[in-house]
Design a protein around this ligand. Structure first.
Ligand code: URP
Ligand code: ZN
Ligand code: ZN
Length: 470
């Protein structure tokens, strides 16, 4: 007889990218053992039974863009792998891909070692890493292949942040060509850094110092130009490319144009570009600083185009770009207040790791997205793009038993208390959405039960991801 089951999640509406049905999910040894009508099955005797009738059962969320314990200036982000991963679990995310980065002059693998040391024993969700490439030397190009063998199969480059992280066209082209040959995927932050630098210089010279000038000096055209250029570079290199945090209709149009020519362009957007807009920059009392991120929030209308693209299958993932900085001063941490008199000194980024799943589920209940698409863009799609399929984002036998039970009849109001982060603000504070994350299992282990943390902290595992298979 097959091994006895440890857990059965009974009678929920189980959703996958290809459909939904009322079914039981059996778990054995941390993996999904069976899916279907399992009532009375002998392997269930002795198993923990979780009644999911009336509930929606989806794969644990896969957030492929987070920055936890990220150094910035002389300090670090507000949230580390401990607080960030717990907030992720409360929100129904069980896997993250964070960004490892080498220090200037160090080999890339030193970046991997440093980020493994931060996450191992601290992260309560499973985790992988993209490798940030702040420059592209011959040595770096050679090293990419060994990192792919170690499960770091994606590399992030920037057309923004001149003098810090920006790579020129030649460097991006070389990284793309290398990625083509070794089964890696190049991810690009696409904004035109030099144009933004010029606009920022003009704004400062004119005495414009308020946070809203962050958005005004990073126009959609700067994103669209860089996106189009990166897509052209991928075309010349014969490689696929993944655009991170796509924020505007103009950049989306470049993605469509590239695909029409046959370029394999993949793109992610983030909840903030779907659910918030540039109106927040008009808020008084430095409130606008909460939303200083790059790319910035866009004028109304962009979000609607992104929702349509998401529903139509044109965007492969919704990831958070969670990058939290305190509003108020705190020892060892840069904060938004550092830019009180100069928007260029406001650290870029916002929290969101725990809000993603429910912000998207709310769209399902409002008819904007099907439940199947919800699963695709929050879990299965990103898992496939980044070499985690079939283990993650999948409720089929053999997959890790990362299971989320959502109560669709409840509502959830985002508050400071229930975001479970260190950071001192929540961009979605007081927003009410349909649905509540009730239970979360990571490899069959109950991490959240009835909304309470029941797991062992710090038990998340490093995920060696497979090379690109497309
Ligand atoms: O403002 C942002 N997005 N900060 C995080 C770093 C990045 O560019 O993704
Ligand atoms: Zn970025
Ligand atoms: Zn980012």
């Amino acid at each position: 007889m097959s091994r006895a089951w440890d857990l059965v999640v009974e009678g929920g509406t189980v959703v996958t990218p290809s459909g939904r049905s009322v079914a039981d999910l059996a778990v054995s040894g941390g993996r999904i053992a069976a899916v279907g009508d399992l009532a009375g099955h002998p392997a269930a005797s002795g198993a923990r039974i979780v009644d999911a009738s009336g509930m929606v059962v989806v794969p644990g969320g896969v957030d492929v863009h987070t920055h936890l314990d990220m150094p910035f200036g002389s300090g670090r982000t507000a949230d580390d792998f401990d607080s960030g991963s717990k907030a992720a679990l409360f929100g129904g995310t069980t896997t993250i891909i964070d960004f490892a980065a080498p220090k200037p002059g160090e080999p890339l693998r030193k970046g991997l070692e440093a980020w493994l040391a931060k996450a191992e024993g601290s992260s309560s969700v499973d985790f992988g890493f993209h490798m940030t490439m702040p420059r592209v030397t011959d040595k770096d190009l050679a090293e990419m292949a060994s990192l792919v063998r170690e499960g770091v199969t994606s590399f992030k480059l920037f057309t923004a942040y001149p003098g810090r992280l920006m790579s020129g066209d030649g460097a991006i082209f070389r990284a793309l060509r290398r990625s083509r040959d070794i089964g890696a995927l190049v991810c690009v932050h696409a904004e035109n850094g030099p144009v933004i630098e010029a606009l920022v210089g003009e704004a400062l010279a004119a005495g414009h110092r308020a946070p809203r000038f962050h958005a005004l000096t990073r126009p959609v055209e700067a994103e669209a130009e860089a996106a189009g250029r990166v897509i052209a570079l991928a075309e010349m290199a014969g490689a696929p490319v993944y655009l991170v945090h796509l924020s505007s209709a103009a950049a989306l149009a470049e993605v469509r144009r590239g695909r029409k020519r046959g370029v394999r362009v993949l793109a992610e957007t983030c909840p903030q570009y779907l659910c918030l807009d540039a109106e927040v920059y008009e808020r008084p009392d430095f409130e606008a600083a909460k939303f200083v991120m790059s790319p910035p929030l866009r004028p109304k209308g962009n979000g609607a185009r992104l929702w349509e693209a998401l529903a139509a299958g044109e965007l492969q993932a919704v990831a958070t770009d969670h990058c939290s900085f305190f509003m108020k001063r705190r020892k060892g941490h840069p904060c938004k207040a550092d830019g009180k008199d100069d928007f260029t000194r406001i650290p870029n980024g916002a929290p969101g790791i725990g809000a993603r799943m429910l912000l998207l589920w709310d769209a399902v209940q409002k008819g904007r997205l099907t439940a199947e698409r919800f699963v695709e863009v929050t879990a299965s799609g990103p898992a496939r793009v980044f070499g985690l399929h079939p283990r993650k984002g999948n409720l089929a036998p053999g997959a890790d038993a990362d299971i989320v039970v959502i109560d669709p009849r409840k509502t959830h109001t985002f508050t400071m208390e229930n975001q479970h982060l260190n950071v001192d603000y929540d961009p979605y504070e007081n927003r009410t959405v349909h649905g509540e994350v009730r239970d979360v299992f990571l490899s069959g282990r109950p991490m959240i039960l009835r909304g309470r943390f029941t797991g062992e902290a710090g038990g998340g595992r490093f995920l060696r991801r497979a090379p690109r298979d497309f």
